[in-house]
Design a protein around this ligand. Sequence first.
Ligand SMILES: Cc1cc2nc3c(=O)[nH]c(=O)nc-3n(C[C@H](O)[C@H](O)[C@H](O)COP(=O)(O)O)c2cc1C
Length: 241
Amino acid sequence: MDGTGDRFQRETKYDPGKMSGHRLDWAAKPDLYKEYPHAQKIELPAFEPGQPMSLDKTLRQRKSVRDYQDRPISMGQLAHLLWASTGIQRIEDGYEFRTAPSAGALYPIETYVVANNVKSLEPGAYHYAIRAHQLEQLEQRDLRRQIAAAALGQGMCATAAVVFIWTAVFERSKWKYGQRAYRYIYLDAGHIAENLALAAVSLNLGTCEIGALYDNHVNAIIGIDGTEESTICMAAVGIPQ
Ligand SMILES: Cc1cc2nc3c(=O)[nH]c(=O)nc-3n(C[C@H](O)[C@H](O)[C@H](O)COP(=O)(O)O)c2cc1C
């Protein structure tokens, strides 16, 4: 059988005999940060994990958690999860680098959250403004039913304290890598998702990554077009049962 995925894998291979040697158009380099200038901004508090957990213990404890208590997580915990998954971690030669690696440091992945049960945060949809370490409010209403329905009816999205949504702004990576960018975009999202999973364990929270989703339904919840930018995957986060 030869489908889209098979052709993609074949046609995006690097081959020493077929390297085009294309030059980068620096003037056309896409911006690495998405901003919602008119959105209400919510400051994220500083957060220090109470009892740091060793990486060894964190790796041993990570597992997918789908049953959550009906209790809120704190803004500090959410702030830490956002930072740990994809926040800025160092500046070198004027370039901002993040907690997860990214092919070409092009950072195509944007992070959104649907907040269901976070202390002092209105339920709704938010975009994570990475550089400012703030949330930008996109929608202020209870989205539990919509986000669960968009995840093929997976109820954990409704009972989670928060659902992370990762999208890709494809042109950021395609600018350099063309169609091969898609390989790297999916890898980038995976790194961020694993950062979140491990950081959550270290806070005694549970996560479950979610790939079963109606892409355009999730896109509609956060108001993105599904073409220039589209959802890659999600993760539910909450206090384990
Ligand atoms: C890309 C990806 C997509 C996934 N999608 C779902 C999903 O939609 N629903 C679900 O319940 N679990 C989902 N999972 C979780 C896997 O089922 C889980 O990681 C796997 O069974 C291994 O179990 P563990 O994570 O507890 O070690 C997904 C995991 C990954 C990495």
